[in-house]
Structures are given as C-alpha cells and as structure tokens.
Write a protein that binds this ligand. Structure first.
Ligand SMILES: [Zn+2]
Length: 218
C-alpha cells in the first residue's frame, strides 16, 4: 500500500487548549519559515498527492525541570508563517506503547512520535527537524548519511525502534542527520540548537546539489 503523508498512526490523548503562554515560538518559527521558503517543509500539489510535508520541534523545560516539546501542528505544511495556535505541546510520549499526550489548539504532527523517540536518545538534543528533500534523500549513500531501513514507515513504533538502533550503532556520533528510506524524501536532523540542526540540513542540501550538478556536467 502506498504510504500516505500526514496520517496519524499513534493513539493520541489531546487536550484542546492554548499552549503555555511563556513558551516562545520565535526561534522555531523563523527557522521553519526559512525551511518553508526552501520547500523542505510545505504543501505542494505535485508532491505527495498534495499533502503537507515536514515538521519541526523544539524542547521546552518548564520551571519544575520537566521536559516537553512543541511541534508544528498536523496539516500546517501549506502555511508560510505559523502562529502560536499552529503549535502543539507534546507533554508525554511513549514510542513503545505508540501513545502521545498533547495540549494545543491543533493536534500534533503525524510524525510527533518519531520526534519523541529522538529526544529520548540523548538529553542534549533540543531540536528536531523533519524535512522532505529529494536531493539529500536520493544521495543518501553518496553523502554517507546514516539511514533507517526501507521497510520501516514514518511515525510508527517500528520507526522509534529503528531510530534507537541508529543511535546505538554509533553512526550518529559525529553526524546528526539521517534519511528515512521507507519514507519518500524523508530526512531528519537534530541538534542541541535549532540553528545547528537547520544549518546541518542546509549544508547537506548544498552537497547534494553539488553531486547533482557534477553528474549533469559529466
Ligand atoms: Zn514526512
């Protein structure tokens, strides 16, 4: 069966309420707009049957030291500049049990479980970005990117296990970006900061374009 973008596959316990008022979306939102302009996050008729693609999240530590993360909401891909009501706060996530608890005026992205599984691998990770980039994805092997297996779909407990396997394998020690070969054009980058994660993506995007241009000139 053809994979459909944007369909939530986990059990969601969602509370329809504003996210905490002291949570700032300024940084996450600016980087998201940059990625939107590069068409790495978006909604384009000719791609994925017109479904929105890509999403972005940022860790939040509250005054009681309890971590959660905010993530762009479900089906927001087509909007260039999001507002606070387009973000959702994920307060609990269990990739093993395939469940998420969230608060927001919108439901979390369908890929929230994969974001959660990445935060769980390393406490120093503060941001996760999922883009759809045909250039990086097609050159996964030439770029020597780690990758999740082609038979594993996004947003599933299997993907969470696969992410854990990648971290445990040591392949992500120096390189904080990987392709999801079972999710067309799907790439994930993460870092201690939003800026570093976005810069990693842009750096690999240029390397993939260089490979493509080099191929055309030969
Ligand atoms: Zn995706």
């Amino acid at each position: 069966m053809k994979e459909k973008e944007g369909v939530i596959k986990y059990t969601l316990n969602h509370q329809d309420a504003e996210i905490e008022k002291d949570i700032s979306i300024v940084e996450i939102n600016a980087w998201r707009t940059v990625l939107f302009k590069l068409e790495l996050i978006g909604q384009i008729d000719a791609r994925y049957d017109g479904y929105g693609f890509g999403n972005i999240s940022q860790k939040v530590i509250d005054k009681n030291n309890i971590p959660s993360f905010i993530i762009s909401g479900s089906q927001t891909g087509g909007i260039e500049s999001l507002s606070k009501q387009h973000y959702c706060s994920v307060i609990e996530a269990s990739p093993q049990q395939n469940t998420i608890a969230s608060i927001g005026k919108i439901e979390p992205s369908s890929e929230a479980l994969t974001h959660a599984s990445i935060y769980q691998q390393d406490k120093t990770i503060n941001s996760v970005i999922h883009i759809h980039c045909p250039e990086i994805w097609n050159y996964t092997k030439q770029l020597k990117l780690p990758y999740t297996s082609a038979d594993i779909e996004y947003g599933t407990p299997e993907m969470a296990n696969e992410v854990k396997r990648l971290f445990n394998s040591g392949q992500l020690k120096d390189i904080h970006i990987f392709s999801m070969l079972g999710h067309k054009d799907g790439v994930i980058a993460y870092s201690e900061s939003m800026k570093k994660a976005a810069q990693t993506i842009i750096s690999y995007y240029s390397q993939a374009i260089a490979l493509e241009q080099n191929k055309q000139q030969r």
